[in-house]
Design a protein around this ligand. Structure first.
Ligand code: ACM
Ligand code: ZN
Length: 536
């Protein structure tokens, strides 16, 4: 009897039951600006429905084709001028922002419209996330009109590939994940005390030797080491490949060369660039090193120009990040070359900025001139405010929002990445036993991230708020050695950050976000991404 029942059930599963119609739902993450849906009427998407697209938009159309297949198994035809096609990706003329788009679903099918390809890409992502996940041969799409555009032009994520090296394949997955969440700036932390990971052709020993540390401390600098040599760096060819891959997904890669601190990887190869002459091992523990580039040695600026020249060749980004954080001045205060340079520049203690802070500002200005000759803007961590800062620099506020507020008041452009809201290397759940080991300390839960308001209206006037380009989440990797762990840290907290980046404050509601999240998690499942299943 049991066996008969089993055979019956199986045959029903395989042959008898028609595939269930599945319904689209446009309440996705991040929530579009305006969605008006008529649930009583639906357009049915079937395999014979084709995708048509404006000239030059084949890639966006192909992405949509691939995502529909991934989610539902439905293989749609793709042809540029297919008049029978019921999904149409169309460029229109007009002066709406590049990333703005609309989606209309009605009797005739699905129309995606934007003035630029990037807008069509965002539209295609929205349609993709609206689809049900699971095999089917048709989908019912309720009639709708969606108008959408992001709140902030800058929507960033940082990955630290210096503390741990992540393969190119992982970075491509990360770019796919960013695109899924509407992010458009990948901040790539490429160099640090624990490893230099960018190939510089004019300095052929730099990456091969500067990227390798003899061993790595286990846990939080407790003095126990793993005894394993660790290394890895990115060739310029790999970097160019990633730039291309990111651009296809409408993401810009911002490389960071952290200077003049966080430089022990480079000092290992060029000890003459340090104040004491070394030797400097590539650092094997975490934390801030006192060993930094000498601010008085003219070879320091030669070195930086060589490195940044190649960085500009490889990365077309309008922004180049020069770090500038956590540069202790212990060595500079005692170094004859640094002190001579302070004399030469006529730097005085002005009561607000120490001479050594001003020496760092001098380096920043030299680097800024070099970058601006190449048409690039400098980004630095908020420490670059310390010695005075020239007008065009962009400040990335990480020690809370204080630096960002000060910078905006001074008229600088600002990216908000305050540690307490945006440092996703920190634990995401209160119960530390329920998650892999992290840096510990304060909790950066999804709800904490979600509550962040980047314009700080209590402290900034509307005029000053205009300097805030947008928010960014930072994934530092001292305690994150493997891609699976990195994605677990990232997801679903990036979903929470994506609503901070994309949505207007009046749209935000954490309970509503949580209710929409499981459908996004189904896409994570389709993409084979690990993520934290609990959300606090
Ligand atoms: C930083 O976290 N030191 C920018
Ligand atoms: Zn020095």
């Amino acid at each position: 009897m049991k066996r008969l029942f089993l055979i019956f059930s199986l045959s029903q599963l395989l042959f008898l039951s028609p595939m269930q119609a599945q319904r689209a739902d446009y309440r996705i993450v991040p929530l579009p600006m305006n969605v008006e849906t008529d649930s009583a009427h639906t357009f049915t998407l079937r395999p014979e429905v084709g995708i048509a697209y404006s000239e030059g938009c084949e890639r966006e159309a192909r992405f949509l084709q691939e995502w529909v297949k991934q989610a539902t198994g439905i293989q749609l035809r793709l042809a540029p001028n297919d008049s029978r096609a019921a999904i149409r990706l169309m460029l229109k003329t007009g002066d709406t922002p590049a990333e703005a788009y609309s989606i209309s679903v009605g009797k005739k099918g699905v129309e995606l419209e934007a003035t630029e390809r990037v807008g069509l890409f965002r539209a295609a992502q929205t349609l993709r996330k609206s689809l049900p996940c699971g095999p089917t041969d048709h989908i019912d799409l309720p009639y709708t009109h969606i108008d959408d555009q992001p709140r902030f032009a800058y929507r960033g994520v940082l990955l630290d590939c210096a503390r741990h090296y992540f393969p190119v394949s992982m970075i491509k997955r990360m770019l796919d994940v960013m695109a899924l969440h509407g992010c458009n700036q990948f901040h790539w932390h490429l160099t640090d005390d624990q490893g230099w990971r960018f190939e510089v052709k004019a300095l052929p020993r730099l990456a091969p030797y500067g990227s390798v540390r003899e061993q790595t401390v286990i846990g939080p600098n407790a003095g126990i080491y793993d005894g394993q040599r660790y290394g890895g760096y990115y060739t310029q060819e790999e970097c160019r490949d990633l730039v291309r891959y990111a651009a296809e997904r409408h993401i810009n890669i911002i490389p960071e060369i952290d200077l003049p601190g966080h430089m022990q990887g480079a000092l290992h190869v060029f000890p003459n660039l340090g104040c004491t002459g070394g030797p400097y091992p590539v650092r094997t523990m975490w934390g801030v090193s006192r060993e930094v580039l000498c601010g008085g040695n003219p070879e320091t600026l030669d070195f930086l120009r060589t490195v940044l020249g190649e960085v500009c060749d490889v990365f077309p980004s309008p922004y180049i990040h020069i770090g500038g954080d956590e540069c202790p001045k212990d060595r500079w205060r005692k170094c004859p070359k640094c002190q001579a340079k302070i004399q030469e520049l006529g730097i005085q203690d002005d009561g607000r900025h120490s001479p050594e802070d001003q020496l760092q500002s001098y380096i920043n200005r030299e680097v800024e001139d070099f970058l601006s000759e190449r048409g690039r803007s400098l980004i630095g961590w908020d420490e670059i405010l310390a010695g005075g800062l020239s007008g065009n620099s962009i400040v990335m506020s990480w020690r809370g929002t204080k630096g960002g507020i000060e910078a905006a008041r001074q008229g600088h452009r600002v990216i908000m990445s305050p540690n307490v809201f945006a440092y996703i290397d920190h634990p995401q759940l209160k119960d530390v036993a329920k998650q892999p080991r992290t840096i510990g300390g304060y909790i950066v839960s999804a709800s904490k991230i979600y509550s962040f308001e980047p314009l700080i209206p209590d402290s900034l006037s509307q005029e000053e708020q205009r300097h805030i380009l947008g928010p960014q989440a930072n994934l530092w990797t001292e305690y994150i050695a493997y891609p699976e762990h990195a994605f677990y840290q990232l997801l679903p907290r990036l979903a929470a950050m994506s609503e901070v980046q994309w949505c207007r404050p009046e749209q935000k509601d954490f309970d509503d976000f949580k209710a929409r999240l499981p459908r996004l998690e189904k896409v994570y499942d389709l993409m084979g991404l690990p993520y934290c299943h609990a959300v606090e």
